[in-house]
Design a protein around this ligand. Structure first.
Ligand code: TPP
Ligand code: MG
Length: 333
């Protein structure tokens, strides 16, 4: 079994491993912030700080043969599904060690062995793609499940409504997860959207729907498991709204100065890492010493990952033209 599939198995089978993966995502995202600040990475990036529980809870309930469509805010989901930190950071840094050979970058992560379709920067674009993947499972008679994770802002896009409508009428095995972090770029949800409980939008499509606490990995797992069971057994699609919060700004340059005073602090009290720590401590599955050790080991590990990626080469210009398909087949394989 590959190291990546072992990483996936760990989050499926072990709740301490799920906690460790959340710490990995947190450490990873914080390191990236620093690397951009020093100019070691070009372009921009969208961090998922504060949204680690959604990524890990989702990965815990899916099989590698299922399909996940995520967005430009997808580093955490990629790591949770089992991609190695080297393959994700390498991609973000534009290095050949990256999961797409360094030609994709932060917003385009992919690993088909783990079910991660290329993440998309087109807001809402993943929704009909996931519905299409679910249609493929259904047509082939397979019991696979497709998942699209997208933001609150994406639920105002036409593709959201088309995707949900088709999924409902064709009873597709797909789960729509709206990651409601209250902001779309620099706009708070109340200034863009006429309702706050976005899962209610599924009513128009006669689709089962509910909200989950996206700051609690166990609540995420419970909600996803319910939707997975429905989809896998022929019961059709579900819209889940995960109530989360974006601890960082929209993208690298955004300091999120538009947030109301005290809002970040209020959500930080429900930091998903803290929520899981308290749970594992109260049940004796972790001690304060062990937590400190996990965090310090992870920090060393990610520093090593940064060094490995920095030493990796950059793709050649010719590699831009590899893996491009035409109706006649691949050109420049
Ligand atoms: C079709 C399309 N329209 C606009 C944009 C510009 N854009 C990039 S991110 C974003 C906000 C999306 O917010 P949300 O769906 O809540 O996701 P979040 O960034 O909070 O994860 C917008 C409008 C885009 N990338 N694609
Ligand atoms: Mg949002």
């Amino acid at each position: 079994m590959s190291i990546q599939l072992k990483r996936r198995e760990a989050v499926q089978n072990d709740e301490v491993a799920r906690y460790e993966r959340m710490i990995e995502i947190r450490e990873f995202e914080e390191q990236i912030n620093g690397l951009f600040a020093t100019g070691a990475i070009r372009g921009t990036t969208h961090l998922c700080l504060g949204q680690e529980a959604l990524a890990v809870g989702l990965a815990a309930e899916l099989r590698p043969s299922d399909i996940v469509m995520a967005t430009y805010r997808g580093h955490g989901i990629a790591l949770a599904l089992g991609l190695s930190p080297e393959s994700v950071l390498g991609e973000i840094m534009g290095k050949t060690i990256g999961c797409c050979g360094g030609v994709g970058g932060s917003m385009h992560l992919c690993d088909m062995d783990l079910g991660l379709l290329p993440t998309s920067a087109i807001v809402g674009g993943g929704i009909p793609i996931a519905a299409g993947a679910a249609l493929a499972f259904q047509t082939q008679g397979k019991d696979g499940v497709a998942v699209s994770v997208f933001g609150d802002g994406a639920s105002n896009i036409g593709a959201f409504h088309e995707g949900l409508n088709l999924a409902a009428i064709w009873n597709l095995p797909v789960i729509f997860i709206c990651d409601n972090n209250i902001y779309g770029e620099y706009s708070r949800i109340n200034t863009t959207t006429p309702l706050l409980d976005l899962h209610e939008r599924a009513e128009s499509y006669k689709m089962p729907h509910f909200a989950i606490d996206g700051m609690d990995v166990k609540a995420v797992q419970k909600g996803v498991a319910e939707a997975v069971n429905r989809a896998r057994s022929g019961g059709g699609p579900t819209l889940i709204e995960a109530k989360t919060y974006r601890f960082a700004g929209h993208s690298r340059a955004d300091q999120a100065l538009y947030r109301p005073e005290g809002e970040l602090e209020m959500w930080q009290k429900r930091d998903p890492i803290k929520v899981t720590e308290e749970d594992l401590l109260s049940r004796g599955l972790l001690t304060a010493d062990r937590i400190a050790q996990i965090k310090s080991d992870m920090s060393t590990t990610i520093e090593g990952v940064v060094a490995t990626c920095q030493a990796s080469g950059e793709p050649t210009l010719a590699s831009m033209f590899q893996n491009i398909w035409t109706p006649k087949g691949a050109i420049n394989k």
